[in-house]
Write a protein that binds this ligand. Structure first.
Ligand code: MRU
Length: 363
């Protein structure tokens, strides 16, 4: 029996730590320029961290919300307090279903308990969500590893993976989703090279590049608009992206720009995979039309932040305030463009997702 390799832990940091009183997050708005940790002590601070994208990525948003609820219950844990905290956290970001999945799981676990035991139970349940997410990502990564192994054997050269946004360990409890197969392949000694697209306007592709460089995995940053050309030129052997919500029929919401990659991949005959834990599947959503798409502040399009010549972080305007701008943060890739969905249960064609890991299994 072969054992799934473990990625070198020296290359991973903690996206989130806690001490039973507070949660310590890695402020992703400062990356890749600065490494800043913040101590989150209240539910309001947890909600702010999610809304402002100090923490981001569907699984990590859910985990942070669970801890946010635990923080809230330290101040009062009757039914009204429980529901108020769930409402506050649930309103932070609309598209990633992991947020609502985690809050609903917390509610189901906590509501039947007496208020005086809810706080401790909430910390325990939040820890369980964190631990299970890491395990799920490792498992889905091992399924993706099999795909990469097969390609490596056939191609006898580095396997080239195109991804979009950041679906690495920064977006999860550990390992990442789309990047989990890459980390496991690297740990298994398979040469992998990643094409990471910038992901305007929040530039999460820079986070992907930052993660991979730390792990000494070859990564090339490309503009979002380069994907079709690169796929036509055969620059990628497969595309693997994460997901923020997968509808029951396999339609998948992910960071804006994902659907364009899927369309180009289909046209070029390049396999296109979605990687996500089961907590990202919304069985109540029959298809992509029902997925709420977050529209973020248009200011994100008009400004860029980076380091100046003196290593100071600067935000500059690249468009006038008066310019109307629209900033949808996600798009929906139709199931017909998706070769397979990787989750902890295995790899399914989008239409077979229910058979592989039905609704009840995700609870
Ligand atoms: O807006 P974000 O950065 O929270 O977006 C979510 C994402 O990171 C991506 O869409 C990702 O591919 C799915 S989450 C692992």
């Amino acid at each position: 029996m072969t054992r799934t390799p473990q990625p070198d832990p020296a290359h991973a940091l903690h996206t989130l730590r806690e001490d039973g009183h507070a949660v310590i997050i890695l402020d992703q708005t400062a990356l890749p320029h600065r490494f800043v940790e913040c101590r989150v002590e209240t539910v309001e601070a947890a909600a702010h961290a999610i809304r402002s994208m100090q923490v981001r990525g569907a699984p990590l948003i859910g985990i942070t919300a669970a801890y946010g609820l635990a923080l809230a219950l330290g101040r009062g844990a009757d039914d009204a307090a429980l529901e108020a905290a769930i409402a506050l956290l649930g309103a932070t970001r609309p598209t990633a279903v992991n947020l609502h999945w985690a809050l609903e799981r917390m509610r189901r676990h906590l509501a039947p308990l007496a208020p005086e035991v809810r706080r401790d139970a909430a910390w325990r349940e939040a820890r369980a969500i964190l631990t299970e997410d890491a395990a799920a990502n490792h498992a889905l990564g091992s399924h993706g590893l099999a795909l990469i192994q097969e390609l490596a054997g056939r191609l006898e050269r580095p396997v080239r993976v195109m991804t979009h946004c950041n679906a690495g360990w920064l977006a999860t409890a550990a390992y990442g989703t789309a990047l989990a197969p890459v980390y496991l392949a690297h740990a298994a000694g398979i040469a992998v090279e990643v094409l990471a697209s910038e992901t305007r306007p929040r530039n999460q592709g820079l986070l992907t590049a930052w993660e991979l460089e730390r792990a000494r995995i070859a990564v090339t940053l490309v503009a979002d608009n380069a994907a079709a050309l690169l796929l036509q030129q055969g620059a990628a052997d497969l595309v693997i992206v994460g997901a923020d919500r997968i509808a029951a029929n396999g339609d998948t919401a992910n960071k804006i720009g994902t659907c364009l990659k899927a369309l180009a991949a289909k046209d070029c005959g390049v396999p296109f995979y979605v990687a996500a834990p089961r907590s990202t599947i919304d069985w109540d959503c029959p298809d992509g039309a029902g997925i709420p798409i977050e529209r973020r502040d248009a200011a994100e399009l008009r400004r860029v932040t980076g380091l100046d010549a003196h290593d100071r972080l600067q935000t500059v305007d690249i468009a006038p305030e008066s310019l109307r701008a629209d900033n949808p943060a996600f798009d929906v890739t139709p199931a017909r463009l998706i070769t397979g969905i990787l989750c902890e249960c295995g790899i399914a064609a989008p239409g077979d997702l229910g058979a592989l890991c039905g609704r009840e299994a995700a609870r």
